[in-house]
Design a protein around this ligand. Sequence first.
Ligand SMILES: NC(=O)c1ccc[n+]([C@@H]2O[C@H](COP(=O)([O-])OP(=O)(O)OC[C@H]3O[C@@H](n4cnc5c(N)ncnc54)[C@H](OP(=O)(O)O)[C@@H]3O)[C@@H](O)[C@H]2O)c1
Length: 320
Amino acid sequence: MASSRHWTEHNIPDLSGQRVLITGANSGIGFETARVLAQRNAHVILACRTEGKAVEAMAKIRALYPRAQLQFLPLDLASQASIRDMVVQFREQYDTLDLLINNAGVMWLPQSKTVDGFESQLGTNHLGHFALTGLLLPVLMNTPGARIVTVSSIAHRGGQIYFDDIWLDRSYGRQKAYAQSKLANLVFALELQRRLHAAGAPIISVAAHPGVANTNLAIPGFEQGGSPLLARVVGLLTPVVAQNPVNGALPTLYAATSHAVEGGDYIGPDGIYEMYGYPRKAYATRRSRNPEIGRRLWDLSEQLTGVRFDFTPAIGVRRG
Ligand SMILES: NC(=O)c1ccc[n+]([C@@H]2O[C@H](COP(=O)([O-])OP(=O)(O)OC[C@H]3O[C@@H](n4cnc5c(N)ncnc54)[C@H](OP(=O)(O)O)[C@@H]3O)[C@@H](O)[C@H]2O)c1
């Protein structure tokens, strides 16, 4: 991969004619990603769970770039029905999608379940995006050169996929559940690339992580009774060690738009412990790259969500 030294959003070419869907685009890294891609003339769909927040985010972007092409679609990744509804709405309007950015996430929530009975962090962060990607695959396959970018985390390094206790019912831990979900994001992105490659698909899957960025991510977990000591430590350290969300979005933007990126790449910041800096290839643990874990997680995710990926090549590419 070519050097990405000092790569910034200013390196992104004009994206006129490209359609992008970003989950969780109203806040933090998703918002900055949406802002930059809209500024580069992409049509940006903000797939968010709270309409008011998405409307506010679009107003902020339009205040900066009045000609920004923005659209809101309602999406709650903690509900498989909501995901299916959103995809129906999308497909009623469009046949192609150039970029899917699986960005939304929750962190360190107390033990809880989604409406489908999935543990909330794995259910939202991984199973939600798994289903969304599978349901959007036909339109992505209909868009040669399309990319799927899935946002993982340094936290994947401490994660395991607990196949014998996937909801962690026997020993729930907030950090443990988050690490499992972020490992699952990376395992999924890499396994998806293996399958796309095997199918000869004209599209790629890549992963990214933002390092440590000062966003709203930790707030819900603490509001829902997180450890006061951890809240204090995070509150004190975040402004010192974290980069702003503008820089936190750079690895996602690089993964989404750089011509130097190849399928299966994992992009993160180049600073100490990949916490901050400019985008470059990041460290993915051996576990995250293990094809057997990839296959098992894929089978389980299909079984749980009922979504099967169809890698059949699109017949006659349609634009629009
Ligand atoms: N910040 C970091 O240091 C850091 C480090 C590593 C990885 N990450 C990853 O970066 C991604 C973005 O996080 P962030 O830091 O930008 O946090 P953030 O500011 O809290 O943004 C998270 C976004 O996800 C949305 N979201 C949460 N649950 C959802 C659901 N059920 N359905 C749809 N959308 C949902 C949120 O919506 P609401 O606003 O409605 O809650 C929000 O838009 C996450 O995948 C996170 O794991 C962040």
